[in-house]
Write a protein that binds this ligand. Structure first.
Ligand SMILES: Nc1ncnc2c1ncn2[C@@H]1O[C@H](COP(=O)(O)OP(=O)(O)OP(=O)(O)O)[C@@H](O)[C@H]1O
Ligand SMILES: [Mg+2]
Ligand SMILES: [Zn+2]
Length: 333
C-alpha cells in the first residue's frame, strides 16, 4: 500500500511531537518523584549498575558465574520491588516512572528494520488523512451506519424495472463490500445518476472506511482536480516531475482516488487530456478509482472521447442511481 509522502511526513511530525511530549513528561515526573523520595534515585543508580554487572558476569570465568548471575538477578528483583513499594506508598502508580517504548515493535522509532513505516506510525497516517478528508467531507454524519433507505421509493421506477429502494439496497451492498474488502484486487466504480440520490454520500462512506484501513485516499471534486493539474502544468517548466508533495502526484499515486461531480467542470482540451491521463495511468498502475457523475455513460464518451469511454466501460463497475431527489424530499418535509 502506498503511503502519501505529504501525509507521511505530517504524520511523522505529530508522532515525534507525541514521543517528545512523553519523554518530557517522564523527565518532569522523575524530577518530582526524586525530590520527594530521594531513596528512589539511589535505587535507580543501583539498578543500572546491577544491569551492567549482569552483562559482565556472563563473561566471567572465575568463580561460579551461575551463582553470581542468580545473586544479581535476586538483588535486581528486590530493588524493583522496593521501588514499586516506595512509589505506591507515596500514592503513585507502580509504573509511574517506567520508560519502556509505547510500541515494542519499532521501539518508538516509527520505522521497521527494512525502512518501512511501523503499524504505530501508519495509525498516525490514517488519522492525518482523515483530518484532511474531513475538511472536504461530512465524515462526521455520513457513514454506512447513518445511510438510510427511507428516502427511496419502493415503487418500480419507469424504464428500470425495479424500484429505487431495491436498486439502492444492491448499491449499498456493493459499496459496503467494496470498502470492507478494499485492496489490490478491488475494481473501480462509476456512480452515475440524477442529482440528490446519495452518490456523494456513499463515496464519502467509502473514503472514510478505506482510509481507516490505512490506504492512501484522495477525495476531491473533478473540477478541483483539473484545476490542480492545470496550475501545476503552467506553474513549473517540467510539469510532471516526481515530487510526491505535488497534488497531481497525489492524485495519480494514491491507493484510492475519488473524483466527485465529474462533468461539471468547464470542458477544455487540457481537461480531456488530463482525465485520460488519470484514468489510463491509474489503470496501468492498478490503482483504484471511484468516479461520480450526473452524466450517462454515452455522454461521458462524447465529452472525454472514445479512449476514455472504452476504459470506463471495460474496467469500471457501473452503478446507476435513480429515484426522487433527496434534497427536494428533505426540503419539503
Ligand atoms: N441514504 C441517505 N440517507 C440519508 N441522507 C442521504 C442519503 N443519501 C443522500 N442523503 C442526503 O441527501 C443529500 C444529497 O445527497 P448527495 O449529496 O449524496 O447526492 P448526489 O447523488 O451526490 O447528488 P449530486 O449529483 O447533485 O452531487 C445530502 O444532504 C445527503 O446527505
Ligand atoms: Mg454529489
Ligand atoms: Zn511501532
Amino acid at each position: 500500500m502506498a503511503q502519501d509522502a505529504g501525509i507521511l511526513s505530517a504524520a511523522y511530525r505529530r508522532y515525534q511531537a507525541d514521543r517528545d511530549a512523553r519523554r518530557e513528561r517522564l523527565e518532569r515526573r522523575t524530577a518530582e518523584v526524586y525530590r520527594r523520595l530521594p531513596r528512589l534515585e539511589r535505587i535507580e543508580g543501583e539498578l543500572r549498575s546491577t544491569a551492567a554487572r549482569l552483562v559482565l558476569a556472563a563473561f566471567e570465568s572465575e568463580g561460579d558465574p551461575e551463582q553470581t548471575l542468580r545473586e544479581l538477578e535476586r538483588s535486581n528483583l528486590e530493588l524493583q520491588a522496593e521501588r514499586a513499594e516506595l512509589l505506591v506508598g507515596a500514592g503513585y502508580p507502580y509504573d509511574y516512572l517506567d520508560d519502556g517504548p509505547v510500541c515494542p515493535t519499532c521501539q518508538d522509532t516509527g520505522y521497521l528494520r527494512d525502512g518501512s513505516p511501523c503499524q504505530c506510525l501508519l495509525a498516525y497516517c490514517a488519522r492525518e488523512q482523515n483530518r484532511r478528508l474531513s475538511k472536504l467531507l461530512d465524515l462526521g454524519s455520513q457513514s454506512f451506519d447513518t445511510f438510510s433507505f427511507d428516502w427511496y421509493s419502493s415503487v418500480p421506477w419507469e424504464g428500470y424495472g425495479i424500484s429505487p429502494l431495491e436498486n439502492m439496497e444492491a448499491i449499498r451492498e456493493i459499496c459496503g463490500n467494496y470498502a470492507h474488502t478494499f485492496g489490490p484486487r478491488s475494481g473501480n466504480l462509476l456512480f452515475t445518476g440524477a442529482p440528490g440520490l446519495g452518490k456523494t454520500f456513499l463515496s464519502a462512506c467509502i473514503a472514510r472506511e478505506v482510509s481507516d484501513h490505512g490506504f492512501s485516499v484522495v477525495y476531491d471534486t473533478a473540477s478541483h482536480v483539473f484545476q490542480q493539474f492545470e496550475r501545476e502544468k503552467f506553474g513549473r517548466e517540467s510539469a510532471y516531475e516526481e515530487d510526491p508533495d505535488r497534488e497531481i502526484n497525489r492524485c495519480l499515486g494514491c491507493d484510492l482516488l475519488i473524483m466527485d461531480d465529474l462533468g461539471t467542470e468547464l470542458l477544455t482540451a487540457f481537461v480531456q487530456s488530463a482525465f485520460y491521463r488519470i484514468v489510463n495511468e491509474r489503470l496501468l498502475a492498478r490503482r483504484k478509482t471511484v468516479l461520480s457523475t450526473n452524466l450517462p455513460l454515452e455522454e461521458l464518451g462524447r465529452r472525454y472521447g472514445e479512449a476514455v469511454l472504452s476504459r470506463l466501460s471495460g474496467e469500471y463497475q457501473l452503478l446507476r442511481f435513480f429515484g426522487d431527489d433527496i434534497r427536494l424530499l428533505k426540503r419539503d418535509l
